[in-house]
Design a protein around this ligand. Structure first.
Ligand SMILES: Nc1nc2c(ncn2[C@@H]2O[C@H](COP(=O)(O)OP(=O)(O)OP(=O)(O)O)[C@@H](O)[C@H]2O)c(=O)[nH]1
Length: 197
């Protein structure tokens, strides 16, 4: 079975817990313990394949010493901001930088602008979100966890697909480099024989 490990990150209050709970239970829970950090285990079907997901919902407030270890643990990240909170949008860029530094690669992320039901209070435009998502090579969604919708399922499933694609590319890359090594050793042997050494 495919296994995908996901971490949900973003500033306190943007709706990370609500998003995860909505995805898992299809329900919206208004209040959630903000200090809580929880891991959920979930089996689902994506593109006719069984997928086992582990989802870590981080608490936005804490200064977390374990942050580095769960970043290393994860395959992909859901970065959440609220369209009503510019600071949360700026935070997402910093988080992404931190992730790339820890993982020493362009980390696989999906960007989520939440709370689109509060349109009258919008501080971050759709275009701004889309443009930084492009910079991150991340899929982009605007959601309302309170209103719900299919797009919340897509957030998680799209991340799984990206992670899977990435893993397959890495395997291919590794195969290619070991084939190159074999060829290299073989050529050296042939040269030695050719030189009579
Ligand atoms: N209007 C609106 N409110 C939302 C939405 N999503 C979450 N909220 C509310 O925003 C508040 C924060 O939601 P949480 O899910 O606790 O946010 P969080 O990011 O997990 O917060 P921390 O755990 O403190 O990091 C709660 O009162 C939610 O009910 C949404 O789409 N629209």
């Amino acid at each position: 079975m495919e296994v995908t490990k996901i971490v949900v990150m973003g500033r306190a209050g943007v709706g990370k817990s609500a998003l995860v709970v909505r995805y898992l239970t299809k329900r919206f829970i208004w209040e959630y313990d903000p200090t809580l950090e929880s891991t959920y285990k979930h089996t689902t079907n994506i593109d006719e394949e069984q997928v086992y997901m582990e989802i870590l919902d981080t608490a936005g407030q804490e200064e977390n010493i374990s942050r580095e270890s769960y970043v290393k643990w994860a395959d992909g990240f859901i970065l959440v901001y609220s369209i009503t909170d510019k600071q949360s949008f700026d935070d997402v860029l910093q988080i992404k930088q931190y992730l790339d530094d820890v993982k020493r690669t362009n980390t696989q992320c999906v960007l989520v602008g939440n709370k689109v039901d509060l349109l009258h209070d919008r501080k971050v435009s759709y275009d701004e979100g889309e443009s930084i998502a492009q910079e991150m090579s991340a899929a982009f969604f605007e959601t309302s966890v309170s209103d719900g919708g299919e797009d919340i399922i897509d957030v998680f499933h799209e991340l799984h697909r990206e992670v899977k694609r990435r893993k397959m590319m890495e395997i291919k890359g590794r195969r290619r480099s070991s084939a190159q090594q074999v060829r290299h050793v073989f050529n050296r042997m042939l040269n030695k024989i050719g030189n009579g050494t």
